[in-house]
Design a protein around this ligand. Sequence first.
Ligand code: HEC
Length: 296
Amino acid sequence: MKVIMLGLLNRIILTILISIITTLSFADDQHSHGANTNYLNTDWSFEGIFGTFDRASLQRGYQVYQEVCSGCHSVQHLSYRNLSEKGGPEFSKEEAKAIAAQFEVEDGPNNDGEMFMRPARLSDKFVNPYPNVEASAAANGGAYPPDMSVLAKARAGGADYLYSLLLGYEEAPEGFELDDGVYYNKYMPGNKIKMSEPILDGIVEYSDGTQTSKAQIAKDVTTFLVWASEPHLESQHRMGFKAILYLIILLTLVYMSKQKVWSRFGASKDQEDEETYDKVEKVVTKYEGEDPKTFK
Ligand code: HEC
């Protein structure tokens, strides 16, 4: 019974430890797996439990979003304030204020009961390119450019999918029918997409001297979109890591105290054995050399 209990306890502790280690090594892997498509391979700095965003890439990614994508796609959940927060692109407060001030938002009503336009502030949400979904669809041949707040999370394949999609434009194969305003893309489900290729070599100019190949631009904007859909990813990673560390310490303590508690039972058994052995030995020495027939 004792042996079975001990084995069971050890096994439970071992199982918990193994599951922690597995969680550690596979955490966040949903970014790299997903749909059964062979996505292009890239190293993302934000993957895994220790993952953090590449600050410079996030800043460039914001620039790409702003200069290329924001004409059609909104990022409703982001405020300009987020651009200067920890774990994000970490623009300085002044830079974020200057960015916000480039946009106009409607405010009001004023004392005359009228709405008015004013420059955006840090607390304002990112300005939408269109007043509503219908307007955006109308401007894009009936296709609605999805909001980018959660795009990286909403699509199976996450970052790898977005990155591959942006680089996945090709000539349609022979005999593949495409209507006007529809383009062939290797990674889009069904291979038809109503967005013309948004990223081309040199479509933006980086002030930090980074080369502006299509792949680099796609990587930067994808990094920005992953952050946009998970602005608190880094602090979540830190929390997760702390929780796991705590669990490991707790388990070690449990294991040590278990050893201690059960060792008492072990000791008393050894002691019993030793006492029995002593008794037998005494008897043996006592009768040593005597004829067994004389035993009482
Ligand atoms: C001219 C307008 C326009 C611009 C500029 C534009 N898009 Fe799009 N985008 C669209 C439309 C329209 C769709 C919807 C396509 C569809 O459903 O077929 C779309 C869809 C997408 C999708 C979703 C694909 C899916 O899985 O449904 C992604 C990702 C995307 N765009 C990324 C970008 C990025 C990144 C940029 C900037 C580098 C960008 N877009 C610039 C119009 C645009």
